[in-house]
Design a protein around this ligand. Structure first.
Ligand code: NAP
Length: 309
């Protein structure tokens, strides 16, 4: 029976896999250390991993009989795909499961930031609310503003649907022609998106091309001091350039589900800026999504060992 290691406790995956494989599960509620990961890749036929497991070149070089990695995530940027291919290790992700939860979260963090939800709640809990005030926690509206979307795949499209519901005008930058005809959705160049957008939402994968694409030069082209929303990967944005832009007001805010580095420490400059809202990479953190992710990642392993890659 092939041996599968599950790097975090996921009861749904354990139920699905238990009948088919010899299972070992990380007994602790923490990410495996690099030494532990090396032992796992040496010892097992398959791994059910999460995006916190950095399966890079150094780790994968310890693999002996590892045949398959099933990543319980939409992205695959935690796996060195070149080395995996060299070592004939099949790699799976779960592209569909995270779409709706991540698209919802895009507006959750954007609205939280621009309507000062967290600050307003803290104000009440500190006992500071004495009376209704005409200028208390004034924020800004979405209606009729320009919402730029960079990366028009599954999540980008789901975000566009929600944006229309808020009465936004959607500007899309995508490399190939989009086949959506809607009076409020327009495909534009990156330059035009930077010039016209009041909000810019990132939905590209992390690749050599997208790494650091939101940097000082790009921010300079953003004419309306937009709010940037990063639901993609932290490294798509240059963190130093973002901090500088937030401090200088060349952009008016950032709503971040993902950061570089992750986890981000409370001492980091981004955590000291009032115009920056950060949540701990919880875009896909819904009960529905995490169950579907675990189930699909487990099924990918079964499919692989049944010769149905
Ligand atoms: P997807 O369906 O593969 O869409 C990605 C889109 O990005 C594709 O349309 C792709 O276009 C486009 N793209 C790639 N490189 C580009 C570039 N240089 N310039 C412009 N567009 C580019 O993936 P998805 O499901 O929407 O997810 C997108 C990313 O979100 C994932 O890769 C992951 O990193 C991140 N994510 C985050 C969370 C979270 O919890 N925060 C959850 C899920 C996913 P082409 O077709 O031209 O390649």
């Amino acid at each position: 029976m092939p041996k599968i290691y599950i790097t975090r406790q996921m009861p749904v995956a354990e139920d699905v896999l238990g009948k088919h494989f010899e299972l070992e599960v990380n007994p602790e509620s923490r990410v495996l250390s690099r030494e532990e990961l090396k032992k796992v890749v040496y010892d097992c036929d398959g791994i059910l991993s999460t995006l916190a497991d950095k399966l890079d070149k150094e780790i994968l070089q310890h693999s002996q009989k590892l045949k398959v990695i099933s990543n319980c995530a939409a992205g695959l940027d935690n796996v060195d795909l070149v080395v995996a291919k060299e070592r004939k290790i099949a790699v799976y992700n779960v592209p569909d499961a995270t779409t709706q939860s991540t698209a919802d979260m895009t507006f959750a963090i954007l609205l939280s930031l621009i309507r000062k939800v967290a600050e307003a709640e803290a104000y009440i809990k500190k006992g500071l609310w004495k009376a209704w005030e005409p200028n208390l926690f004034l924020g800004e509206e979405l209606y009729d503003k320009y919402f730029g979307i960079i990366g028009f795949g599954r999540i980008g499209k789901a975000v566009a649907e929600r944006a229309l519901g808020f009465g936004l005008r959607v500007l899309v930058f995508a490399r190939s022609k989009i086949n959506i005809v809607h009076p409020r959705i327009l495909q534009v160049s990156l330059e035009e998106l930077y010039q016209k957008s009041d909000f810019i939402s990132l939905h590209v994968p992390l690749t050599q091309e997208t790494k650091g694409m939101i940097n000082a030069q790009a921010i300079k082209e953003m004419k309306k001091k937009p709010v940037i929303i990063n639901m993609a990967r932290g490294a798509v944005v240059s963190t130093d350039d973002l901090v500088k832009a937030l401090k200088e007001g060349t952009i008016r805010g950032a709503a971040l589900d993902v950061t570089e580095p992750e986890p981000i420490l409370p001492s980091h400059p981004l955590c000291h800026l009032r115009n920056c809202l950060i949540v701990p990479h919880i875009g896909s953190a819904t009960v529905e999504c995490r169950a579907l992710l675990a189930h699909s990642a487990a099924e990918n392993l079964i499919r692989y060992f049944n010769d149905q890659p």
